[in-house]
Design a protein around this ligand. Structure first.
Ligand code: ANZ
Ligand code: ZN
Length: 863
């Protein structure tokens, strides 16, 4: 028996798979298609454990589907545009393109060393001129369809990166990369009209039962559809009105003030005559525009000196400019009801505005003077004139109808979802294919003139504030495609979420040279049957991609309504952290052990062992996958990852788990070789053996097939692997008990069946080891990845039963059928629970049980 040498075995099989193009997906195949997609990586430099986990999960699914008879498409590529390349270029004085391609080369090798069943012939990077070209073409198609818009809008401005940030890129009011406090700025920007699809995106969520509930809820909230009423207040002594949007018309009689956004036109009018108001508005501009940023703000307001007139009572209430009112939601103005809205409540307390209770919950009456928070729950209307005593849900309707009847308001629907701003003032992105002409305005680049390529000579311009394309000496100078006059290129590039919004479509026909997509091939593979990736993409990428897909459907590029049928979001990889009070986070190699204590290797101060946290370089708790793969092999790394936790849950790193996976694979190797040596050239069992031990082992084999098959369907890889471990234990026990002598033919056949079964069942997890055993030990014809997943023999699952006689104090009380292999304790439990036995045990104490396993149980009781 050879020793298991993962390095040699893995290199050998990776070469064979590559030479034989084993995992090419063919749309002409008759077999059922299965499209498995893992989120493609950003080429940041090297792969990390999160990648390894993601790709091990996807590959287990893909290989299992292939063994189950599907034609599997599992592609891989690179999400290659984006700021990090530009930042790295600035730091290292290297061209972003060179940096990106070097990283891709490194990471491709790393992924190849994992032995993933990818169709590498479909690989591309989104910065490839080809991909960027077709993306520009699609962009113009959407433009023609009216889905692209250029408008003036307030944007989050990152003063350090000198770029516009999407709301999602603003975290706690700071730029997600630079950490700089974000400012508000008004700019002309390009938008994709995702809001046109708000309802469809919302309704589509119901058609995605294969998505995690959490992700579906997050998308629902992100779209944020609400039903309410829009009506206008008259303004005392002023022209015009103040329209507001409310979801709580039932609280109309509780309005004690109004608040407007700092960007509201009325605020601007007030500022013209009041410098303090202008100063307040300027102060508000110092924060981001995202709702999240506004939620966290201290609630500040400025009294405009104006009053709104209540439409039903004629009462005059003050109008404030408030920093927590969004100009981009509803009408940018709010009827404030402090008793029933928390923000208004806090504001009223701070600004000494009256609080008027109009919704009274069941129980203790609310008292405006002693309330500590707003009551936002249900209740009955009080102090509400003609509406008093209505239940508040009913009152919502009644008040809305009253407004409509009076002609001062109407029912409306609002969405939280905003149009998708895709303009970035950066170099390393796809240029937006438009031209600004002094006479013709904004003109699309004619499709025949595409692509608009990025200029290459840019390195000196990177790292200076502003947009490098803007400052390039010649790139933006063009002539207008319509009138021929000197004109200027658009210098904004596209948000990189654009590239990840259609890469899964391009994988279906990556070689197409004449158009973005080959619709026939795209429709063959789409939708993606299973998508696997991180939950951090729950809204942005996954919502943009759903939208973009639907938009492409509407221009005839693809047929299906939703791109991803099922989604699995894998958990994080975590590891404990080590900290020195002096030197901060420490890698294990930066510590030393003395007398059982862990010390900092530098200063010998005692190390504080911290919580398990997401692996990150900053916390010095990462483990380099390359070390693991070079030390133990990719199969051990994969089996460890899949065995340590179910895919959706967080995985806690531990070295002994890696060791356990390694020992398990060695055990498989030894047991399979032993079987082959003890039973050379024997065909596997096809029927139940006679001898009890062999029957039991064959029963176990088929139970395992049954369990692993079901677990694969539920993506419970950890319990699937555990089942194979049990089978290996049973097999090796069987071998030991069979002794050194010759095996009977049915013993040999059963062992052979076990060896073949273990090898196939483990193939999705440990593809190299199993391929090697298949060929070298079992000498099977053909490649393992093209073999068939084993079928359960129903006969082997029938547990044999025996009839056990149950006595109570020696008297026959029942005959019970039980599984023959049930342990004594289980037999006794069944006897005690039997309905014919129970009455004889009532009020008595069981003193002892005499058991002849499989035959008789006598229960001895005393009163
Ligand atoms: C009066 C009121 C009384 C409100 C009450 C709430 C509770 P959703 O449900 O999330 O859609 N609102 C309207 N426009 C706003 C804006 N531009 N910026 C900030 N807040 C705004 O939120 C709708 C509610 O948010 C509206 O209903 C309005 O306050 C506020 F007891 O009107 B409500
Ligand atoms: Zn022109």
């Amino acid at each position: 028996m050879k020793k298991y040498n993962p390095q040699a075995v893995e290199a050998k099989w990776q070469r064979i798979w590559e030479d034989e193009r084993s995992f090419r997906a063919d749309e002409r195949a008759e077999r059922e298609k299965y499209y498995l997609l893992v989120m493609f990586p950003y080429p940041s430099g090297r792969i990390h454990m999160g990648h390894v986990r993601n790709y091990a999960i996807g590959d287990a699914m893909a290989r299992h589907k292939r063994l189950s008879g599907c034609e599997v498409l599992q592609p891989m590529g690179w999400d290659a545009f984006g700021m990090p390349a530009e930042n790295a270029a600035i730091a290292q004085k290297r061209h972003p393109k060179a940096w990106t391609h070097d990283n891709i080369a490194t990471m491709r090798n790393e992924l190849k060393s994992m032995g993933l069943a990818y169709d590498w012939s479909r690989e591309f990077a989104t910065c490839d001129p080809d991909y960027a070209h077709w993306e520009q073409v699609l962009f113009l198609k959407l433009y023609e369809k009216g889905l692209i818009d250029r408008k003036l809008s307030f944007v989050n401005w990152d003063p350090v990166d000198q770029t516009v940030l999407a709301n999602e890129q603003v975290i706690d009011g700071k730029g997600w990369r630079s950490g700089a406090v974000v400012q508000r700025k008004e700019l002309s920007q390009w938008f994709l009209r995702i809001t046109r699809y708000a309802d469809e995106l919302l309704e589509g969520i119901a058609t995605l039962p294969g998505w995690p509930e959490t992700v579906r809820t997050m998308q629902t909230n992100w779209i944020g559809k609400s039903h309410g009423v829009e009506f206008a207040f008259a303004i005392d002594g002023e022209e015009g009105t103040l329209p507001v949007y409310t979801t709580r018309p039932d609280t109309i009689m509780g309005v004690t003030f109004c608040s407007i956004a700092p960007e509201h036109p009325l605020a601007a009018r007030v500022a013209e005559r009041n410098p303090q108001a202008a100063a307040f508005i300027a102060e508000c501009q110092q924060t981001g525009t995202s709702e999240e940023a506004l939620e966290r703000l201290e609630k500040k307001g400025f009294f405009t000196g104006l009053h709104a007139i209540h439409p039903l009572t004629g009462e005059k209430v003050p109008i404030f400019i408030a920093n927590f009112v969004l100009m981009s939601y509803g009408t940018g103005a709010v009827m404030a009801v402090p008793a029933h809205d928390q923000r208004d409540f806090e504001f009223a307390r701070a600004h000494d505005v009256p609080i008027r209770v109009v919704i009274q919950p069941v129980g203790a009456p609310l008292d405006p003077d002693t309330m500590t928070e707003a009551w936002t729950g249900p209740g009955w209307l009080v102090n509400s004139g003609e509406f008093t005593d209505l239940e508040n849900e009913v009152a919502k309707k009644t008040v809305a109808e009253r407004f409509e009847a009076l002609g001062i308001g109407r029912a409306t629907v609002q969405y939280r979802l905003r149009d998708w701003g895709i303009s970035r003032q950066r170099y390393w992105g796809n240029p937006i294919p438009f031209i600004h002409c002094p006479s013709c305005g904004v003109v699309p680049v004619p499709v025949a003139d595409l692509p608009v390529p990025l200029p290459e000579d840019i390195l000196d311009l990177l790292g200076q504030p502003g947009n490098p394309l803007e400052r390039h000496p010649t790139w933006k100078q063009v002539s207008c495609p319509t009138c021929g006059q000197a004109a200027r290129r658009e210098t904004d590039t596209m948000d990189t979420f654009m590239e990840s919004s259609w890469y899964f479509l391009r994988y279906c026909s990556p070689d197409l040279k004449t158009a973005p997509l080959d619709t026939a091939r795209v429709n063959h593979w789409m939708p993606v049957d299973q998508y696997v990736g991180g939950v951090e993409h729950a809204v942005l990428h996954l919502l943009y991609a759903r939208f973009f897909h639907k938009a492409l459907r509407d221009v005839g590029e693809v047929a299906c309504d939703e791109p991803f049928t099922r989604l699995l979001t894998q958990g994080m990889v975590r590891k404990d952290t080590h900290r020195c009070p002096e030197h901060g986070w420490r890698y294990p190699r930066e510590t030393l052990e003395r007398e059982g204590r862990l010390l900092c290797a530098e200063c010998e101060a005692p190390i504080v062992i911290g919580r398990n946290e997401k692996m990150s370089k900053s916390k010095h708790n990462v483990v380099d996958p390359n070390d693991l793969i070079q030390g133990y092999g990719a199969d051990t790394a994969r089996v460890f990852m899949l065995f340590a936790a179910p895919p959706e849950q967080d995985l806690e790193w531990n070295d002994s788990g890696v060791d356990g996976a390694w020992r398990f694979l060695n055990r498989i190797w030894r047991v399979v070789w032993q079987i082959v040596e003890r039973a050379p050239g024997v065909p596997p069992a096809r029927a139940m053996p006679e001898a009890p031990a062999a029957r039991a082992l064959r029963g176990k084999i088929h139970e395992t097939i049954d369990k692993v098959t079901r677990d694969m369907g539920r993506h419970q890889f950890n319990t699937a692997i555990a089942a194979v471990m049990e089978l290996i234990n049973a097999g090796s026990l069987f071998l030991n008990q069979a002794g050194e002598g010759a095996l009977s033919s049915e013993e040999a056949a059963t062992l052979r069946e076990m060896a073949e079964t273990v090898v196939i069942l483990m193939n999705p997890f440990a593809p190299h080891l199993t391929a090697e055993l298949w060929e070298e030990a079992l000498a099977m014809p053909g490649r393992l990845h093209a073999a068939r997943w084993p079928m359960v023999d129903p006969e082997a699952l029938v547990r044999e039963t025996v009839t056990v006689v149950v006595q109570v104090n020696g008297k026959l009380r029942a005959r019970i059928a039980m599984p023959a292999d049930a342990p004594s304790a289980e037999q006794e439990r069944l006897a005690l629970a039997d309905p014919n036995v129970q009455p004889h045990l009532a009020d008595k104490t069981v003193v002892k049980m005499v058991t002849l396993p499989g035959k008789l149980i006598n229960i001895v009781v005393k009163p």
